[in-house]
Design a protein around this ligand. Sequence first.
Ligand code: GLN
Length: 536
Amino acid sequence: MSKFIFVTGGVVSSLGKGIAAASMGKLLEARGLKTTIIKCDPYLNVDPGTMSPFQHGEVYVTNDGAETDLDLGHYERFTNAQIGHDNNITTGKIYYNVITKERRGDYLGKTVQIIPHITDEIKRGIKKVSKEKDIDVTIVEIGGTVGDIESLPFLEAIRQLMWELGENYAINIHVTLLPYIKAAGEHKTKPTQHSVGRMREIGITPHILLCRTEKHMTKEQRDKISLFCNVDREAVIEAADVKHIYEVPLALKKEGLDDLILKKLNIKREDKDIKGWKNVVIKRLKNPEREVKIAVVGKYIALPDAYKSIYEALCHGGIANNAKVNVVRIDSSDLEKAKADNKFKDVCGILIPGGFGDRGIEGKIRAVQYARENNIPYFGICLGMQVATIEFARNVAKLKGANSTEFDKDSKNPIISLLEEQKEVKNLGASMRLGAYPCKVLKSTKSHTAYKKDNISERHRHRFEFNNKYKTGFRKKGMIFAGVNATQNLVEVIELKNHPWFVGCQFHPEFKSKPDKAHPLFRDFIAAAIKYCVQK
Ligand code: GLN
């Protein structure tokens, strides 16, 4: 039976609970334990798929096609866990299930209530994941901050679970903030005392406190927190700011977090150093041999979380090439006004990520044109591939009015049009082409050089596709259809013949990249970018 770590947050949001949870997973996995994560999100959307990236940040897509919270992306990057539909529990999903059961008559005439019906559904969801996958330790992260009305049913559910499971089977790790007050020259412990007080009102006394700090905390502060919060002194862990998120597992190991968790859960495992992670990630991340500037041209540039996996995968591509990737974020709408040339003067590669809607589309097309005409390495992902084919249609194949029917329903040349299976879709939620699909890779292409495989599988999230009607004509003009889905006859990867590195893919490779195992396309894109700037 799985043991449980319930991760909660106090004082403020954005404390990095997700990174902390992923780091715990990394450390426990290193000690031979099979772990998984469940992210509980206290909003009423069934999943984040219908939310704007400005609201929610990136939507992370799993192999089985779930649209989930980006924290699950951290977990897949840090560990070997396979994440799926059931690993993201939202209030919306819970209510949806309970109301469906009520309509079916499953509750046999009972009054359906938050306690016990909603809380039972949450508990069922949590237990299901750990049981099905034969997990040693299940990490459950409760989104939001203690004190939020929304997260109360989740906290009540985990209180019950902790009570039912008992000592040594379930612990609560509370992530909190020690704000540094400059004028006083010290960290303050009061907000932490208050937030632990809130937890105790609910009936949960944290076993471990992860204290986020700007600077190191003093012995006196540790003693004070321990005494006022009923937490062992050794269990007051400092989680000081680090430069890079991939350092967090190492910093927490230094603080003895893995030993402490094992002790509290009564699990005996030999201590193991996470050498591989240390060497590859930290050495190369901290002491890169070179730097490379990559432009990311998108619509949600203002919010770093909106393209989270893209930025991480670029960083991994850098690690694989011993390079630090400096990302220049360019709002595609700006390219519609300014001359594109100024923006790209000293970049070594251009990447256009996925997206929806027509704002900034013409700017993206200009960016593609600039990359194609100036031989700058180009990597187009999903919408980034679609705009690359539109640009090619307009400026190389000279097709008038070429567009995607997403932006111009009556386009004379619909290079990108709706997938057949999408034509009947009425509800927008969870109805795109989602998750892993196979793709055949053509030999002697940049993609084949990268993957070194004829058959690959990548994750998708789109409604529109390349219109096969244009395939023959484009091929004659120098476009290579380097990847196809053979069963559905869909274009998955395009490349350009006379260009050093120009690759567009309909899928999202960024979801499968890891710091110690960069995705082959990101690795080769960065390699091409480095080469371009050296030669320039
Ligand atoms: N909007 C495009 C589509 O639905 C691209 C989607 C994406 O980039 N994720 O096909």
